[in-house]
Each structure stands twice: as C-alpha cells, then as structure tokens.
Write a protein that binds this ligand. Structure first.
Ligand SMILES: Nc1ncnc2c1ncn2[C@@H]1O[C@H](COP(=O)(O)OP(=O)(O)OP(=O)(O)O)[C@@H](O)[C@H]1O
Ligand SMILES: [Mg+2]
Length: 272
C-alpha cells in the first residue's frame, strides 16, 4: 500500500454551538482518488477548509507528507503542495482565462505574478515560460481555445475546469476538488473523469467531494462517508455503496429498510 499523503486525526470543528466536523480521522494514500461523500450539510466543505487552512481546527491534527501542518496558514500549506478548488467558484471574473491560471503560479514564480505580467528582462522570460505553462494547463483541462476571453464569459462547467487548471498551476501534490462535476453536462463530466484519471496516473493524489454518485463510484479508490460531521463508513466503492448506514444517510431509514428487505442492499457488514 502507498504512503499516506494526508492524515487527519480526530479533526473537530464547531461553529458556536454547531459541530460541523466531529472527531474525523482518515488517511489519503499517495496516487489515489479518495472521495469524501455525505448528504448536504454533512461537513465536507468544512473539512476541506480545515485541510487547506482556510479555517482553524477546534481540535485534532493534520499531517501532510509526514509533517504536522495543523498550525500552518493557508498560503504555507499551498506552498507545501496542497491545492484546491471551491464549491462556489472563485475566479477573477475581469481577468482573462490565461491570467487566472497564472495567478495560481505564485508558489513557483520567483517574481510575484503581477510583476511578471508587467516587467521585461528576466521577468519577461519568466513570463513567457509561465504563459507557456498556463497554455499547457488550459490544454490539459480542455479550454485552451478560450485562453484570451474574460473568465466571466466562460460557461459554468468551463469555469470549474479553469479552477482546476489554476490549482494545478501551483504544482500540488494533493488536490482537493469540491464538487468539480456540479453543473456539468454528461459529456463534460466524462471529460472531467478522463482528466482526473490521467492526473492520478501521473502521480497526483486527489481528495474529491462530489454528489454525482456514478462519478464517485467509478473514479474513487477509497471513500469516506460523513453524516452530521461524523465518519459513518469508509471503504472501497463496492462495499460503501451497498452499506445500509450509507443508504440510510442518503435516503432515510424507511427506504433503507425497504431496500434491505428486498435484498437490494448487499454486504451489510461493510461498515460496522
Ligand atoms: N462559517 C460557518 N459558520 C457557521 N456554520 C457553518 C459555517 N460553515 C458551515 N457551517 C455549517 O456546518 C455544517 C456543515 O456544512 P458544510 O458546508 O461543511 O457541509 P457540506 O457537506 O459541504 O454540504 P453540501 O453538500 O451542501 O455542500 C452545516 O450545518 C453548515 O450550515
Ligand atoms: Mg459543501
């Protein structure tokens, strides 16, 4: 089994009275797609915010590549190799698509990216290389022909792909994707699946939050299921998707019992 890239140990996050993430532990192994699923409000995005450093933990710890990162700021985690996209897309609407990708390169550029865009000389050469890389990334996610358009003009699915390109510009070792297939049509979703499979083959580790269960089950190596902030199940797709606790979390106890009685839910021991 490959090494853990990310280890979450008893992570806890409370917003005043509300416990959004409750003693959550899991490990993400190198070169895998690890999905985090659960009904609306289960705590998935909050967990992403804890991992990327956007929110401080209330308790618990995080290790990335064997080192404790619990106290590090978000930019420091990004520099170490944690990239992410957002459930509510965050792009710079008035910049071009290409410029948006270049904003993701700060971690690697010697000059801050706005200077790279403005200066000549060494910065000019750096800019040329950066532009070339940005074009390559846009090509990879399939929107290179839109490079010079304002990002605001992109269709929703393409904005999601732009976010992935920008996250990849930081050369992450772990990529967090919060609902990347949301708003995509079946053709776009298939393209996204192929892209993520390629990234995994190239060695990237991916932590994925996604509501499209067909997508999750086909792509993931491992799945952690959250409900009301707690881990209720973890395993490989085949085991998790038939687990009664998981079915109940999504469909409610009545439907789960009917499915169980009709033997439509197999493998009841999957997640004790
Ligand atoms: N900044 C915040 N302040 C207060 N409560 C919050 C905050 N962020 C999230 N919550 C609450 O924490 C819980 C978990 O929310 P979260 O957004 O993590 O769920 P989620 O699993 O991502 O849901 P969805 O699938 O709908 O995106 C919810 O009850 C939510 O209302
Ligand atoms: Mg969410």
């Amino acid at each position: 089994m490959s090494n853990p890239v990310l280890e979450a140990l008893a992570l806890h996050k409370a917003f005043r009275g509300l416990v959004a993430v409750d003693e959550v532990s899991f490990s993400v192994r190198e070169g895998t797609v690890h999905a985090l699923i659960g009904p609306n409000g289960a705590g998935k995005t909050t967990l992403f915010n804890l991992v990327s450093g956007l929110l401080p933990v209330s308790a618990g710890s995080l290790r990335f590549l064997g080192q404790d990162i619990t106290g590090l700021a978000a930019h420091a985690r990004a520099r170490r190799g944690i990239g992410r996209t957002f459930q509510n897309i965050r792009i710079f609407a008035s910049m071009t698509v290409l410029e948006n990708v270049m904003t993701g390169m700060s971690r690697r550029l010697r000059q801050p990216w706005p200077l790279v865009l403005l200066r000549g000389g060494a910065a000019g050469r750096e800019e040329a290389t950066a532009k070339q890389r940005a074009h390559h990334l846009l090509d990879l996610v399939g929107i290179s022909e839109q490079a010079d358009r304002p990002a605001a003009d992109l269709a929703y699915g393409d904005q999601r792909r732009l976010e992935i390109a920008r996250a990849l510009a930081g050369e992450p070792q772990l990529l967090l994707l919060d609902e990347p297939a949301a708003g995509m049509n079946p053709t776009e979703t298939a393209g996204l699946m192929a892209l993520l499979q390629k990234l995994r083959t190239d060695g990237l580790t991916i932590l994925l939050v996604e509501h499209d269960m067909g997508f999750v089950m086909e792509l993931s190596d491992q799945i952690t299921v959250l409900n009301f902030g707690r881990v209720i199940c973890e395993g490989q797709p085949e085991a998790v998707q038939h687990d009664p606790a998981v079915v109940e979390a999504y469909l409610g106890p009545k439907v789960a019992q009917r499915l169980l009685a009709a033997k439509a839910v197999k493998n009841p021991q999957a997640c004790p």
